[in-house]
Design a protein around this ligand. Structure first.
Ligand SMILES: Nc1ncnc2c1ncn2[C@@H]1O[C@H](COP(=O)(O)OP(=O)(O)O)[C@@H](O)[C@H]1O
Ligand SMILES: [Mg+2]
Length: 169
């Protein structure tokens, strides 16, 4: 896979499956941002990712709590949603810097709301609404993320999915 890959997601099951695929590349210490408007599928992707990591509990949107934390397979994962930030410095006020360490995975929805306080991501995931489906653009931003995503071959998995075959020549 290149450092940038576009994936068509026909339905929410596809979005969940992409999250599950990405779960196999993500390692402790990674920062992953999820961008896209309301309802683009960010939380759905995180649900697929955490389920694949072994999380058995319900994964709720952290829109109101700002952070929900999990320990699937003994790995600390924090799922953040900055949608309700009034200003980027809310990152500091909420104590979110304390969550960053090399044993912990951060999955951050609405990273734009945190401005420069948000740490540099390893992986960015941008979701766009396309009528009843979605389009995801994955960008690996660090050497470790490029290596991790190379091993997955997301593009090939995507082509193998009949839902993603284009019937027009
Ligand atoms: N690929 C997709 N195609 C159609 N609907 C989707 C897709 N992925 C997710 N959805 C649906 O979009 C809605 C919003 O998803 P959600 O993950 O809560 O979005 P966000 O966290 O970006 O606001 C949910 O009903 C979800 O099932
Ligand atoms: Mg959400």
């Amino acid at each position: 896979m290149d450092s940038r890959t576009v994936v068509f997601l026909a339905d929410s099951e596809d979005t969940r499956r992409l999250g599950a695929t990405i779960a196999h590349a993500i390692k402790p210490g990674w920062i992953v941002t999820l961008s896209g408007g309301l309802g683009a599928g960010k939380t759905t992707l995180v649900q697929g990712l955490l389920a694949e990591m072994g999380e058995r509990g319900r994964v709720r949107s952290p829109t109101f709590t700002i952070v929900e934390s999990y320990l699937p397979g003994g790995v600390e994962v924090h799922h953040l949603d900055l949608y309700r930030f009034q200003a980027p410095a809310d990152w500091i006020d909420a104590g979110l810097d304390d969550l960053i360490n090399d044993q912990t995975i951060l999955l951050i929805e609405w990273p734009e709301q945190g401005g420069t306080f948000v740490p540099a991501p390893d992986l960015t995931i941008e979701l766009e609404i396309r009528d009843d489906s979605r389009r995801a653009t994955l960008s690996a931003c660090s050497p470790r993320a490029r290596m991790g995503l190379d091993s997955l071959d997301i593009a090939a998995a995507n082509e193998a999915d009949p839902a993603n075959r284009d019937s027009t020549p």
